[in-house]
Design a protein around this ligand. Structure first.
Ligand code: G3H
Ligand code: ZN
Length: 278
């Protein structure tokens, strides 16, 4: 299943799709299992930061692509927040057909020029490209700087670069440990009307469930979630180890964590894809 076949049909439908970041194999297994529980498609993301943690992309990409190939629901493997163009080329060579090129920290003209070059190379290889305009705060853990994406500039950026989806800054911030971000719903609506490709929300772990429901209703299609899964996994592992101090086999404390992530993924997917009203 390809990314356009999943997200293009969702654009304008008031429904969204969850895109979850995996760092460990247990995350990836839980993300696929949660999607199977919900009977919904899912996007399985590997970020450049996760690649740095592992030291290389190939082993984890192979595991994620294999999980996707054997899943009973559509699963798209996506390279997330890639700033390194060589990493994008490597992902494509490994069989990944969906990437985010993140040049949002660059001045507008440089972001356009570099994104356009990446899009040309990726499209020639049949790879879908997401880019970002209006840097979404907190990638290093800091709280939101209150950046917003301008709809006219967003439309011009998409036309100039040929990107397949656009990550927009509408009030969320990366790596929040509380769910109290307030999204600018009115701006999401204006961006959805102005931009002819699916919109992506980053930093969704900080957004309360109602905020996510409204965001997809107003026009967000792809909802990126990372920190929430780490909160759930680490919380469950911590609880298990506190209750059973004798444990040393990681399978004994990671499996309850993996089950908790699976439940959180299924719940998030269901809230993003409400059944159409009769
Ligand atoms: O690209 C990944 C997402 O933006 C994840 O953000 O960890 O704050 O949920 P989050
Ligand atoms: Zn992000």
């Amino acid at each position: 299943m390809t990314m356009p076949s999943i997200v293009d049909g969702l654009r304008g439908s008031g429904r969204g799709i969850g895109a979850f970041n995996a760092i460990l194999l247990e995350h990836a297994e839980a993300i696929v299992a949660g999607a199977e529980d919900a009977r919904l498609p899912v996007i399985l993301q590997i970020s450049q930061n996760a690649v740095l943690y592992h030291g290389s992309l190939a082993p984890f990409a192979a595991a994620c692509l294999s999980l996707a190939a054997h899943a009973s629901v559509p699963v798209v493997v996506h390279l997330d927040h890639a700033e390194d163009e060589a990493l994008i080329d490597q992902a494509v060579a490994l069989g990944i057909r969906s990437v985010m090129f993140d040049a949002a920290a660059l001045p507008y003209a440089d972001n356009v020029a570099r994104t356009r070059a990446v899009v040309e190379r990726c499209h020639a290889a049949g790879c879908w490209v997401e880019a970002e305009l209006g840097e979404i705060g907190g990638k290093d853990g800091a709280h939101a700087p209150g950046v917003r994406t301008d709809p006219a500039e967003a439309a011009a950026f998409v036309a100039a670069t040929g990107v397949d989806a656009l990550a927009v800054a509408v009030g969320s911030s990366h790596a929040m440990n509380t769910r109290d971000a307030v999204l600018d719903d009115e701006l999401i609506g204006r961006l959805a009307a102005a931009v002819p490709v699916p919109l992506v929300l980053h930093g969704s772990s900080g957004v309360p469930e109602d905020g996510l429901r409204r965001a997809v209703r107003e026009g967000i299609t792809k909802v990126n979630v990372g920190t929430l899964l780490n909160r759930v996994l680490t919380g469950k592992v911590r609880e298990t180890l506190a209750e059973r101090t004798e444990l040393t086999d990681p399978r004994k404390y990671l499996s309850p964590g993996r089950d908790a992530v699976r439940t959180a993924v299924a719940q998030t997917l269901r809230l993003l894809a409400p059944a159409p009203s009769p």
